[in-house]
Design a binder for this molecule. Structure first.
Ligand SMILES: [Zn+2]
Length: 134
C-alpha cells in the first residue's frame, strides 16, 4: 500500500509510530500528507521559507501580518475567517483540527488547500504590483 519513493517512505515510518486510534490512518494519502505537514509545521508558508532563505519576506500575503506561520494560517488570518467558519470547529485550536475525527481531518485538509489557493492568488497580485513599481 505504501510502495512509493523516498517521501512516501518517510511518511510510512511515521505512520508506524502512530497511536492505533489516530484517525489520520483513515484518510486518503493526499489528506494524510497535508495533515502530517501541518502537524510538523512543514507547510511551505512564508515564515518557514524565510528561515531557509532570509531574502524571502516572512509576512502573510493575505493580511500583511508580520509572520505567516502554520498557526496564523490555520487559526488567525482574518482573510480566511469564512473558510474557517465553514470547515473548522467554532473555537479552532491545534488539537481539535489536527488530532481529531476523520471528518474534521478531511475538512482541515480542505481548508488548507483552499487557503493555499487563495494565498497563491494574493502572491500573484503582490508580484504584479512589485513589477509595476520597478
Ligand atoms: Zn494573514
Amino acid at each position: 500500500m505504501w510502495a512509493m519513493g523516498q517521501t512516501g517512505r518517510v511518511v510510512y515510518k511515521y505512520m508506524n509510530s502512530l497511536k492505533p486510534n489516530d484517525n489520520i490512518r483513515t484518510l486518503s494519502r493526499k489528506e494524510q500528507v497535508t495533515i502530517f505537514r501541518l502537524r510538523t509545521q512543514h507547510a511551505p508558508l512564508n515564515y518557514h521559507l524565510n528561515r531557509i532563505n532570509p531574502q524571502h519576506p516572512p509576512m502573510c500575503p493575505l493580511c500583511n501580518d508580520q509572520f505567516e506561520t502554520t498557526e496564523h494560517l490555520l487559526l488567525h488570518c482574518p482573510n480566511l475567517d469564512d473558510l474557517r467558519q465553514d470547515l473548522l470547529p467554532p473555537t479552532p485550536d491545534i488539537t481539535n483540527i489536527l488530532y481529531s475525527t476523520t471528518d474534521q481531518l478531511k475538512n482541515t485538509s480542505k481548508f488548507y488547500h483552499m487557503a493555499m489557493g487563495r494565498r497563491a492568488n494574493a502572491h500573484r497580485l503582490l508580484d504584479l504590483r512589485r513589477r509595476r513599481r520597478i
